[in-house]
Design a protein around this ligand. Structure first.
Ligand code: 13P
Length: 250
């Protein structure tokens, strides 16, 4: 059984609508007909309609970097799953380390968001990963198990099929310090084993676990080429069409 890789671009808080449209127009021809991997773009909310319109009918999906767990309500500055779906978004990141670090997102909030995304049929990419101090203290496995367990509270094996996990060691994000394939594979095995413990062997065998953290065209093959690594979540190197296309075609 093989898992189809997902190569995802997290644009973070970059690009205007004009820049986003120019990216998609340049990027689509570079990946036309590429169906070995799934491809998804995660722009800021204000860019979603532009990017979705520009990517319509292509092999490139579009999703949100963050969503709220409530259906609707007085949550200033937030975006609901219903709003995301109404503009054609199909995926969402959940619990990115920058959300955890700067916006106080806890495992409990991640869990609520995961439930709402699944309810709406939006593909969730749950992000986990240790900070440098935790790795240096030998706590990586404990942190990953806690994050996965917290995210999956109340999730049944039947409901879990769409879930994607992204392992993003915080010390590798935006630092140019990529995890070695060995470090990434070890972490992915810990995550997969925890999924097996919580949801059974079949869900664990099928769940896609992406690697994120300073993925570039020149290290993509050595990472995504690993049996345990089912794709990549790319920040900086996803901002230019040629660079992201080179990663997609690792
Ligand atoms: P970089 O690829 O810039 O390290 O960012 C990784 C990331 O946070 C993707 O979500």
């Amino acid at each position: 059984m093989s898992r189809k890789a997902l190569i995802a671009a997290n644009w973070k808080m970059f690009k205007t609508p004009a820049e986003a449209k120019a990216f998609v127009d340049a990027f689509l021809p570079l990946v036309a007909g590429h169906d070995r991997d799934e491809i998804a773009l995660f722009p800021s909310p204000v860019l979603l309609p532009t990017v979705i319109e520009a990517a319509k009918g292509s092999n490139v999906a579009v999703g949100a970097q963050n969503i709220h767990f409530a259906e609707e309500g007085a949550y200033t500055g937030e975006t609901s799953l219903g709003q995301l779906k109404a503009v054609g978004g199909t995926h969402t990141l959940i619990g990115h380390s920058e959300r955890r670090q700067y916006f106080a997102e806890t495992d409990e909030i991640v869990n609520k968001k995961l439930h709402t995304a699944l309810k709406h049929g939006v593909v969730p990419i749950v992000c986990v990963g240790e900070v440098l101090a935790e790795r240096e203290a030998g706590k990586t496995a404990e942190v990953l198990k806690t994050q996965v367990t917290g995210a999956f509270v109340g999730i049944t094996p039947e409901a879990a099929a769409p879930i994607v996990i992204a392992y993003e060691p915080v010390w590798a994000i935006g630092t140019g310090k990529t995890a070695t394939p060995e470090i990434a594979v070890d972490a992915h095995k810990i995550i997969r084993a925890q999924v097996a413990k919580l949801l059974g062997a079949e869900v664990a065998a099928n769940v896609r676990i992406l690697y994120g953290g300073s993925v570039k065209p020149d290290n993509a093959t050595s990472l995504i080429g690993q049996e345990e690594i089912d794709g990549a979540l790319v920040g900086g190197a996803s901002l230019k069409p040629d660079s992201f296309a080179a990663i997609v075609k690792y």
